[in-house]
Structures are given as C-alpha cells and as structure tokens.
Design a protein around this ligand. Structure first.
Ligand SMILES: *Cc1c(COP(=O)(O)O)cnc(C)c1O
Length: 432
C-alpha cells in the first residue's frame, strides 16, 4: 500500500490492507489498525501487521503434539477423542421422573463402580477438589500433612497456600525426608491441635531419594481421623486391567503411581484426582470415597462455584464408559499412545519420511508428562531433522510442536495421532 511518508494511513484503509493477509474479523483488524496509528504513526503499517499477526497466533487452535510428552501441560494435557453435540442434554433433568436432577448422579455411579467408592463428585480441576475437601471438612480446624509432602505441584498449586485459602490450618508432621505413623499420632494426640483429617499428597513431579521414609495410606487408615489421599494423577487402578490384551505386562512406570482404587481399598476415606492426567479425560477434578464426606462437600457453598459445565460432564462420562467397557486403548488417546507397539510407530515414521522426502527414523524416549511418573520414559520412535526446525513447524497451518536436542529436531510418533500423520507430511514438505 502506498501512503505519503508524512501522513499516517487512515485506520480504515489500514484495516482493509490487513484483510488481504489476515482472516481476522474486520472489527478486530480495525482495532489493530487504530492501536498501530496511535502508537507509531510513522510505521503504522508494519506495526498493524505485527498486531494482527500476534492476535491470530494467540487464538486457540488445533495443534499436533510431536513433543513425545504424552500429557503436555502447555497443550492441554490429555487429548480427547470423544466429542459432544450442539444439542441440549439432561444435565440437571431426571428423565425418569421429569423433575430436576443432579449433574453428578451418572458420573458418581460410574466412578464408584470403577474404583469401589461409595460416592463421587466432579469439580473443575483437582486444585478445586482439594480446596473443596479442605473447606468442607476442615474449615477452622487442623489438617496433618507430612513435611515431605508439603509441596508445590506447579502452576501455583502449593499445599500450604491452598490450605490457607480453604480456611483449614496446616499442621506439619515429621521431617522433610522421614515421616512415620507415630508422628501423625502425636499430632492428633496433642491437645493444642484440633485435627480434622490427615492429608496424604502425592508429590507428583518431585521425588526425594536416600534416607527417606513415608507412611502408607494403609498405616494412616489406622488413625482416629479420616485420611484424604490427593493422588493427583487420576490413575484409576494400578493393575490397569484395560491394558490387558494390549500390552504384555503393566508398564513399570505405572507400578509406583498411587491409584484411586487401591488408595480406597487401603482405607483412604476420600481420594482426589485430576481428570486430564492419567485418567485421560477432560480437565476436571474428582472427589470420591465415603458417601457422608462426599455429601458434606456437595453441601458446601463453594460447590456451586466449582461445578463443571455440561460438556465436561458428558466427556468425562464417555471416558468412564470406555473404562467400564474396556475400550480405553482404542477410545482414550492417552492410553492408545501408551499401548501402541514400537513396530507400528516405526512403520508410520518410515512412511512419513518416505512421503515427505525429509528426515530420518530414530529411537527416542517419550515422557508421560503432567507431573505423572516423573523420570520414567517410554521407548518410542521418532523422526530426526537437522537443525532447529521448531519455528517453521509451528508456523504450519496446523502447528506441529516438536522438540530439539542440540542441533537436531525430533518428532516423536507416540504423541502424534495416526490421523494426523498427513499433517506431519505436509509440515515436513515445507522444510525443503
Ligand atoms: C496435578 C496435581 C494437582 C493439581 O491438579 P489440577 O487438575 O491441575 O488442578 C493437585 N495435586 C496433585 C498431587 C497433583 O498431581
């Protein structure tokens, strides 16, 4: 576009100029143009183009996760294959009676059956689940937590701060590296304390090694107050029955992950966990266990502020039904990724490399991600490219997110859905 050097272009002509290369709605392009003219009249055109570009790339869009981090926090953790429709649902309507119903009924029944709980409720995420449990069961009272578990999980979830916000008081128990049952018992017996519950927190992305000792849920369950286990990951059962017929053995990284079913069987009164980590579902948090304690959480005024929308509930229900029908390895992308045999990944990588005429097939290691199974890797197959190609791959129509080690870019086949292999071919073809 031509404009006299001394005159900034009009907002309107600048917006029309932006429309030639941007698909943003006209009103947003006018905003970009107006801000550019106000901020730098002399370079209004380039500034406006930059604003429009920044806004377009900030919009949420589908991406291909080629990082090999199966639950990538920056990419929304667990990808979902289930979908919802545009229709209304019976979210709070009882079809049998024609009266008002509860959005929690169905999911509570499914979760309870899968993990042996009496009842369950769903909130927006696990941080909300922990907050609601503490506010409902321990407001104005004390909660005993091992010093080794008073952790920060990431994204601002810090146990002492969540505790403070909930109105419960944290009572530190034991030491950083060793906490025994008698440390908890001492805190409960101390007349100055008013311990409402013991909370056992899975340190998730943090581990301590060496001269360490912690107290199991089974031991804690012998104490006189309820035990709440924040297991975080959402692994429903650490024998992973849904993997039967898909993997010869339960993967070793799973064995040490705390699981909801076992925590309840060991005597936890409640468990709390995320929906979008090892469960493989939508973002949400689940509280499950003793019916009377779950009912206290349901009755707390915070519950109304923390309840998930109908799309979350419908997606979670579908994922739980996949567990019930043991179709997890085909229906739930996270578990499909885990269960895919290496030869299948290799065949896909070879086909992509041959079609795109780019890259070479190499062995790589995938990570579970989302703070689950820290330090554990899953053998995988990748495509290696010379140089740092991340920015070009990110700029593809459907952005492909890769990682680099040294001067090599890697695309890990395990985190890429087979249906997206053609996207990877197109993105690689651009690199010629
Ligand atoms: C991830 C995690 C949380 C936070 O869960 P969100 O669903 O991200 O809110 C809390 N506690 C533990 C132990 C976790 O691993």
């Amino acid at each position: 576009m031509t404009t006299p050097a001394t005159h900034p272009p009009s907002v309107d002509s600048l917006a029309r100029h932006l429309a030639q290369t941007s698909s943003l709605p006209h009103s947003l392009l006018v905003d970009c143009a107006r801000r550019a003219v106000a901020q730098s009249p002399a370079q209004a055109t380039t500034t406006a183009e930059q604003f429009a570009h920044e806004l377009s790339t900030a919009l949420l869009t589908d991406v291909v996760n080629a990082t090999g981090v199966l639950l990538h926090t920056n990419l929304g953790r667990a990808p979902l294959a289930h979908t919802t429709t545009a229709r209304p649902s019976n979210i709070e309507f009882n079809l049998a009676t024609g009266e008002r119903g509860s959005r929690q009924t169905a999911v509570s029944a499914l979760v309870s059956s899968l993990i042996g709980a009496e009842a369950a409720i769903v909130v927006n995420n696990n941080a909300a689940a922990v907050m609601l449990v503490l506010a409902s069961l321990a407001q104005g009272r004390d909660v005993a937590v091992s010093r080794g578990e008073s952790v920060e999980i990431g994204g601002g979830f810090r146990i002492p701060e969540v505790m403070e916000q909930s109105g419960a008081r944290l009572v530190d128990v034991g030491t950083t590296n060793r906490t025994r049952l008698r440390d908890y018992a001492k805190a409960i017996d101390n007349k100055r304390n008013d311990i409402a519950l013991v909370m056992k927190i899975h340190p998730s992305n943090f581990s301590i090694e060496g001269f360490t000792e912690d107290t199991s849920v089974q031991e804690l369950a012998t104490l006189s107050v309820p035990v709440v286990a924040d297991i975080g990951s959402g692994l429903l059962d650490n024998t992973a029955p849904w993997l039967q017929g898909h993997t010869p053995t339960v993967p070793s990284w799973l064995v040490n992950e705390p699981a909801a079913k076992q925590a309840l069987a060991d005597g936890a009164s409640l468990v709390t966990f995320s929906g979008d980590k090892l469960l493989g579902g939508p973002q949400c948090g689940i509280i499950a266990g003793r019916a009377d304690l779950v009912a206290q959480c349901t009755a707390h005024p915070l519950m109304r502020a923390l309840r998930p929308g109908s799309h979350t509930m419908i997606l979670l229900q579908q994922v739980l039904l996949s567990y019930a029908s043991r179709t997890v390895c085909t229906d739930v992308p996270f578990w499909r990724m885990v269960a895919t045999p290496e030869p299948e990944l290799r065949a896909r990588a070879e086909s992509i490399v041959a079609t795109a005429g780019m890259g070479s097939v190499v062995d790589v290691d995938s990570l579970v991600g989302a703070g689950s199974a820290p330090g554990s890797t899953i053998a995988s197959i990748g495509i290696a490219l010379t140089g740092d190609q991340r920015a070009t791959l990110r700029a593809h129509t459907t952005p492909v997110i890769a990682r680099t080690i040294g001067n090599t870019t890697y695309l890990d086949m395990r985190s890429i859905a087979p249906a997206d292999d053609h996207v990877v071919v197109e993105a690689l073809s651009r690199l010629h």
